[in-house]
Design a protein. Sequence first.
Length: 327
Amino acid sequence: MPRRIIVLIVTLALATLLVPAVSHAQRPAKIPRIGIIGDWPEDSPSWEVFRQGLRDLGYVEGQNLAMEWRFTEGNLDRLAETATELVRLQMDIIVTTGTPATRAAMHATTTIPIIMVSAGDPLRAGLVASLARPGGNVTGSTILGPELSAKRLQLLKEILPTASRVAFLWNPTNPANVLHFEDIQAGARALGVTLHSVEVSSPNEFTSAFAAMMRERPDALIMTADAMHQVHVGQIIDFAAKNRLPVTSNVKENVVAGALMSYGASLPELYRRATLYVDKILKGAKPGDLPVQQPMKFELVINLKTAQALGLTIPPSLLFQADEVIR
């Protein structure tokens, strides 16, 4: 066989061997996919903190990280469907906000890591085996919302010492709210306050619930950060303003919306810290080995504009304690 033909055959053979290798090298690497089941819309300040936290760790959405956003608008009926959809799409991690979303994700998968943000009391709600070693596929953070109920009532009494009747707006279908209600009942008894339960589990119940509430002639209103209620927080604040009811909450966002006061964990901090768990899990950590994070700081926020509109004077000692005063 002529040498020229032999060289040609060898060259073609080598090319055949090299082509698959080159193609494999050029194939884009699979990027992690994060599914989000959110109480807040994806353009909210808390989720921007989440994105920035990921950027600080080297993850940029659309470049080396993909996100599937699902905002349920507080509709508990959509949670199971949403969680199942994200599992079907084979997310690498699912991030949930609050207890109901976390529970829905747990029912949908026992293998995909779940990072919960701001769950009320994950231990009492049965989301984890313990805070130190959650076990299973769930970890994240808690706002310890229910345990602070008595403290919020105490702060309210400092502003309204004569308050004897307080309405508590909550969602009985939210497990975290159920615990919240149990704790605030104990706090009310200790302070000699009559607590009026106002249950709203769907948007069409607000009008009748508000009418029933006012028949009890409450001195103030305490609300939770239930997802469905947060979607309608403007309606709640408007109702309270028209009826000159001071509103106390557990999240600063509601004070910005017009509530009188809030005392609770910083949500942006919890969203930022969630990104650290995203990074650890993507690098191989097991969620069950990562302790549930508790708030490092509780913030007292007071809206002086609202206080003035209600004709209330905030004690100087309370203003001194405040982490932020909205004027």
